[in-house]
Ligand binder design. Structure first.
Ligand code: ADE
Length: 255
């Protein structure tokens, strides 16, 4: 079903600020929250070096000739943010791809389809009693964390090429420490933030990347509709969706 083919890479530009990182060895950090999202990638790493830190296992090496560090961060924003900062500070990641599954927030986006981040928000960040809108950060007053343009385009291309049978949508990813499984939760998120899918890590990784001026993209395959059927659908479709995501990530690395 997936065609995993050869390479080429030109990451770097990011969080809308960074241009070329000259004189710095490119190293791509790849984060998934659960095993299925990274296992197939980890298996293919050449000359792997494994380091345990912060309760996570960082697998460093080369994949399709690229320097990569692949890690399962665990579920949720704290795990994801910690992981991203370690990738940048300790492992020298120059760009980060977050790959994994998500719940759809849009009726047009079905199980199996992909969402590529234009930006991410943290819908559960809330200092509204202090005069901010929900999701707006106290430090900046901004809620939107923009993804890197060139990584986005390459991710869309990767889905179109290696998973042409499914839809690919570019839009906002809504992150929070909740598994969204009711129409009420879903409407509350979309009413305030719009957004195409919900998950539990991307917005935290995005925040760390923006803080550190490191380009990122979030690649998500839909496993459920984030409504009353979500927990059943998630259980059924999570494995396939996660593996498809890993395949798209691999294709993106190698082109
Ligand atoms: N990841 C996959 N489905 C999800 C949902 N419905 N809510 C939050 N994270 C998810």
């Amino acid at each position: 079903m997936f065609i995993i083919a050869p390479l080429c890479v030109s990451m770097i530009s990011g969080c809308e600020k960074k241009a070329e990182v000259t004189g710095v060895t490119e190293k791509i950090g790849i984060i998934g929250a659960i095993d299925e999202e990274v296992a197939s990638l980890k298996r293919e790493v050449q000359m792997p070096t494994v380091t345990n830190m912060g309760g996570m296992e960082f697998c460093e090496g080369t994949l399709d000739g690229k320097n990569v560090v692949i890690v399962k961060c665990g579920v949720g924003k704290v795990n994801a943010g910690t992981c991203a900062q370690l990738l940048i500070n300790v492992f020298g990641a120059t760009s980060i791809i977050n790959t994994g599954v998500a719940g759809s927030l849009n009726n047009d986006i079905n199980i199996g389809d992909f969402v590529i981040s234009t930006d991410a928000v943290q819908y559960d960040y809330d200092v509204s009693p202090l005069g901010f809108k929900r999701g707006e950060f106290y430090e900046t007053g901004e809620s939107s964390l923009p993804a890197d343009e060139s990584m986005r385009k390459r991710a869309v291309e990767a889905v179109k090429t290696c998973a042409p049978e499914v839809g690919v949508f570019e839009g906002r990813i809504c992150t929070g420490d909740q598994f969204v499984s009711t129409a009420e939760q879903k409407n509350s998120i979309t009413g305030e933030f719009g957004g195409m899918c919900c998950e539990m890590e991307g917005g935290a990784i995005a925040q760390i990347c923006c803080n550190n001026n490191v380009p990122f993209v979030i690649i998500r395959a839909i496993a459920d509709k984030a409504d009353g059927s979500a927990s059943v659908d998630y259980t059924q479709f999570e494995h396939d969706a996660a593996e498809r995501c890993a395949a798209v990530t691999r294709y993106m690395l190698s082109h």
